[in-house]
Design a protein around this ligand. Structure first.
Ligand SMILES: [Fe+2]
Length: 141
């Protein structure tokens, strides 16, 4: 679940993070519900399609922002994003090859949650700290 303490003080990024949390938690709720798997599959597919595109948009925006503010750890951050994109792509490939099995979808949902919490809760926080250390308002104007 989204927590206000995850905010880094940059509106565009915070809004995108909120949307990611919202989608991933909704995804988790659907895959864990007791409804018939076939009925849940449609929602799973929808979320997967959304996530593929939205994650790319979000990473691009976040990296662009880091460039704008001359964020010193941008390369490390880009590597972390690349690794995550790779992780998503691996699952997408797996799903294409083997179909959307409940077991693999559960595994994927769990990984998404963990990654989001760790990345947004720790790594992205450093961006906010950097902006504050520069005396910035943390909001693009
Ligand atoms: Fe990030």
């Amino acid at each position: 679940m989204w927590k206000d303490s995850y905010s880094i003080g940059v509106d565009l990024i915070d809004e995108q993070h909120k949307e990611l949390f919202h989608r991933v938690w909704e995804f988790a709720r659907v895959i864990r519900s007791s409804e018939n798997w076939e009925d849940r599959l449609e929602q799973v597919k929808e979320t997967m399609d959304f996530m593929k595109d939205y994650v790319i948009t979000h990473f691009n925006d976040e990296e662009e922002y880091q460039e704008e503010i001359n964020y010193p750890d941008i390369e490390i951050h880009k590597q972390a994003h690349a690794k995550f994109r790779e992780g998503i792509n691996q699952y997408v490939e797996l799903f294409e090859k083997e179909g959307l099995t409940e077991e693999k979808i559960q595994e994927f949902g769990g990984k998404l949650m963990t990654w989001l919490i760790v990345h947004v809760g720790k790594m992205d926080q450093l961006i906010g700290e950097f902006v504050r250390s520069q005396g910035g308002q943390n909001n693009e104007s």
